[in-house]
Write a protein that binds this ligand. Sequence first.
Ligand code: HEC
Ligand code: HEC
Length: 186
Amino acid sequence: MLKLGKFFHFKRSNLLYLVISLAILLWCVSVGWGFTQALAAKPAPILAQSQSLPPLGPNRSTVEAGKELYVATCSGCHIAIPAEVLPTETWQELLENPQKHYGTSVPNMIRLSQVLMWDYLKTNSRPILLKDAPIPYYIEQSQYFKILHPRVEFTEPITPKNCVVCHPGVKDFDYRSLTSEWEDAP
Ligand code: HEC
Ligand code: HEC
């Protein structure tokens, strides 16, 4: 005679296996469902991601290389001056005339390095604001320097030597960081 009672009489360990198998099955189904959902929801997330990526322009890597070369070439006698504080026209004049540099000359200016530095300077500066205004050769004369310092009233002369008073990261070409008194000021 068939002993059904025995057949249905699970041992404890068997019951455990059953529970585990069910859990695994449930997990597989939910993962599968997740995939289907992800696929159904497709282009939106990918598009959104690509929009936040930097553009694939021709000069992303050359701008980086140009910046490094700029800092190396232009920090020999004074600190490397960030491109934003002077108009594009100033940088062009300075790059094209390294032999006539404020009474001295900038060494190591070969064509290739000029091109690379120009990539960085052009990308990170803007043209002179007012048409026909003279090209500023000193930061002190630059509109952009003033625009970048809305909170600051300068009492000391504006020279490359003084930037470090408020910008402690000047040596690392970091003009974002400020001394705590400016960081905390309203
Ligand atoms: C051989 C030394 C030397 C090197 C290298 C050098 N400069 Fe100069 N730079 C000077 C001198 C000297 C001055 C004038 C400082 C003054 O008149 O107070 C000056 C001034 C400047 C100023 C005006 C700063 C101000 O006072 O407002 C800018 C801008 C400038 N240099 C850009 C550059 C750039 C860009 C490079 C790299 C391509 C460079 N310099 C490399 C010597 C150098
Ligand atoms: C008296 C303090 C002080 C001095 C000196 C100073 N700065 Fe600044 N700088 C600031 C403050 C503060 C800001 C933030 C803007 C503001 O609050 O006005 C700033 C902002 C900047 C920025 C914009 C940074 C960004 O967020 O992208 C640049 C670039 C910069 N300064 C360059 C210079 C250079 C170059 C010199 C030297 C010729 C200089 N600064 C001298 C206080 C100073």
